[in-house]
Design a protein around this ligand. Sequence first.
Ligand code: ADP
Length: 246
Amino acid sequence: MSLLELRGLRKAFGSHEVLRGIDLDVAPGSVTVLIGPSGSGKTTLLRCLNALEVPERGTVRIGDVTVDFATRPGPAALRRLRARSGMVFQAHNLFPHRTALENVVEGPVYVQGRPREEAVAAAHALLAKVGLAEKADAYPYQLSGGQQQRVGIARALAIRPALMLFDEPTSALDPEIVGDVLRVMRDLAGEGWTMVVVTHEIRFAQQVADRVVFLDDGLIVEEGPPREVLAAPAHERTRQFLRRIL
Ligand code: ADP
């Protein structure tokens, strides 16, 4: 059974229909990479999974939490859904006046009400996992962009989500540090995390993705393993997109 299931997801901003009926299944422990032209709806789709955007129609199920957006779910239902996924944003959005450790501890302690001592121990382990054990007491301004992004990943992991969402996690970084962040993501995939990743890093998609989903104009045009969608796309629109970015 899939961990994430989307049916008929629709989202408009005013009269602009950005998602026009998305169906998607994500298997537990798999990596799904979303690709597509700028403006095709990738970020909006990811944000709908996390209820940062509220779709007008469709259902999202993550594990045992299902939200049918046609029924206008209230804040409690949205919070339950939100707690199922950890989101890593394009530009890290750490609290500037809190240390790396405090940034990681914030969700478990203040949002989930877990004991502080346990959350601090877990946060140290997560910072070690992303290669920043010795930066626990550093403030964001004392860290490079790539280090900040890795703190962002540790912070998303800290709530113990069922699903990790990455929204162009490397696109704001200098090229020489992109690899550090991708390496952490590859490690997470190797550990069996279920991940949905919006990225233009086609090499990452080739090497790490189980499935690649090509989105255009608010619809999934094609999806499948990278050796099909990236190496032998069935649709002309996918071929055109790949020609432009490769
Ligand atoms: P992508 O991630 O594929 O580049 P987005 O999901 O960011 O695409 O955007 C899809 C479309 O939705 C774009 O035309 C964008 O301008 C529009 N859009 C995204 N967010 C908003 C918003 N908060 N208000 C109005 N329009 C938005």
